[in-house]
Design a protein. Sequence first.
Length: 282
Amino acid sequence: MQANATPPEKVIEISQVTTRFGDHVVHSGIDLEVHRAEIFAVIGGSGSGKSTLLREMILLQRPNEGSIRVLGIDLQKLADADALALRQRWGVMFQHGGLFGSLTVTENVGLPLREHTGLGNRLIDEIAAWKLAMAGLKPEVGAQYPSELSGGMMKRASLARALALDPELLFLDEPTAGLDPDSAAGVDELVLKLRDLFGLTIIMITHDLDLLWQVADRVAVLADGKVQGIGSMAELAAMDQPAIRKFFDGPRGRAAQELDQDKPQALAEAHKPIEEPSSKPK
Ligand code: ADP
Ligand code: MG
């Protein structure tokens, strides 16, 4: 990098965040920054506080201590009216989709537009159709109900809804969890496309090593309430803290690295979750 290069614009700045549930300390002094138009991932074992951190970034929960700035705004000092405006600048795809079962896919995708804009129904439907296409769904899916969709289609419909208000930030909680390897591989391409075509900043939580190797610019490893390491996957792979090593050692970690070097036979192995290795005895 040149000495006089412009520093990256920080779209999220987390400083000394501590979160407790009763006596249980989930975060004890988390620091991290996300830069504009990067694909940033948070990884860590089950219960390490990834979803809680995400919920704190999107105003669903408050840390006990520390500060979180999103798009330059300090979340702790935010008035309710400003919170409403800020929420419209990000989209969230929750782990379990969160679509309304009584609404069609088009109606689900149009919902944020109905709530937050004064647009007419026809225009809302047209925008919803465009968002479905962006998320890689065929137009006819719009008339279907969530119960008629496969897991992969459900995730894409949820993504289309997250994109409804043209957000600057996109939060993804486990975008490939529960998908078969082929559908999961489609998510890799989709995430890259959204960043490259629309300049979105993407913050994702994932256990999917393949997704991490294929798309993440930087990755933060959470364990024991702290960020244990932060960097590209290649940089993390060269670190030797045990909390980081466990993501790279073992058959799944190695398969994902091989896949990064264009060995497609590693695909299925790489997409297996690494969260609870003990649950899948060999
Ligand atoms: P992860 O997403 O990394 O698996 P979470 O952020 O969901 O972890 O949870 C971190 C820890 O905080 C877990 O031990 C969980 O049980 C606890 N926790 C999360 N939310 C709450 C809550 N609302 N009340 C009490 N404990 C919670
Ligand atoms: Mg979680």
